[in-house]
Design a protein around this ligand. Structure first.
Ligand SMILES: [Zn+2]
Length: 278
């Protein structure tokens, strides 16, 4: 139980900004633990207000995509389904884990409705609570949508493996790796922070990014991605699967790091920071 509390998945991202409200996720984990048989991990507020009960839906072998009955939404749902199936194949293969249950993706054409359901902040644009919630209105960028779904679906798969025992920066970093959510601007921000000593200690990113402003959260995500790719360089991509498996067994992160990468957390962080400046 303590491990679940220690590493809570919070998130936000540019464009489709994502935020997992820390308090809500705490509630979620309690709900998950208490209602594991029913399998629904919906947060408290959403149980009272679940508009998707009246939504239309399309189904595949691995997903249900729910959507509001409004013009254009069915076509959008079909796109979401196609991308979700791609995520199922790629992320499942990369992390060597096939989700056994059917995953739900809910798309909202109303930002207000999305926020009412998820209790997200004004700037939040997505939510993951065992189901994937996507607020999509007006025009949408398919590539951005792909990154968002891959990112969220990676959380879903990761969570099944690590069972809450994962530093937040690694949880987010792996999701961004799978989403290929990296670009030169992010690299520039990270380099600037490294050169000017603005980097957050990784220990501050273990539990989530809720203590920082929206602007600084971008740096947190960049650091998460970068530290994760550095870890993968040290242990290999296939090593990541074993790393995750060990986390899922409840083994402390530091012990796995020492065993697989041969360094403790301080050494790892020092090495990673100096790699940024090379
Ligand atoms: Zn995330």
């Amino acid at each position: 139980m303590r491990r679940f509390r220690r590493y809570l998945p919070l998130e936000q991202a540019e464009g489709f900004q994502i935020r997992h409200d820390r308090k809500m996720v705490r509630i979620l984990f309690l709900v998950v633990l208490l209602t594991v048989v029913s399998g629904d991990a919906y947060p408290e507020k959403a149980i009272k207000y679940a508009p998707d009960k009246n939504f239309d839906e399309i189904k595949s072998l691995h997903f249900i995509v729910k959507f509001e009955k409004s013009p254009g939404m069915e076509l959008l749902a079909e796109d979401v389904m196609e991308i979700s199936e791609q995520a199922y194949s790629k992320v499942g293969w990369d992390l060597d884990h096939q989700v056994k249950t059917v995953s739900t993706v809910i798309i909202y054409s109303s930002i207000k409705q999305f926020k009412d359901v998820t209790s997200s902040a004004d700037w939040a644009g997505g939510y993951f609570d065992g189901r994937i919630h996507l607020p999509i209105s007006g025009k949408f960028n398919r590539e951005k949508l792909r990154k968002f779904i891959f990112h969220e679906y990676t959380h879903l798969v990761s969570q099944e493996i690590v069972r809450g025992n994962c530093p937040f920066w690694l949880f987010e970093g792996v999701a961004d790796c799978e989403a290929e959510n990296w670009d030169s601007e992010k690299e520039r921000i990270l380099l600037y922070a490294a050169q000017n000593n603005f980097l957050f200690p990784l220990s501050e990113l273990e539990k989530g990014f809720s203590h920082v402003s929206k602007g600084k959260a971008k740096l947190c995500y960049n650091q998460s991605y970068s530290a994760t790719t550095y870890l993968i360089k040290k242990i290999g991509f296939w090593g990541l699967k074993d790393f995750f498996r060990d986390l899922g067994k409840g083994i402390p992160f530091d012990r796995i790091l020492k065993k697989m990468a041969g360094v403790d957390m301080d050494e790892f962080e020092r090495e990673w920071k100096s790699s940024l400046l090379k």
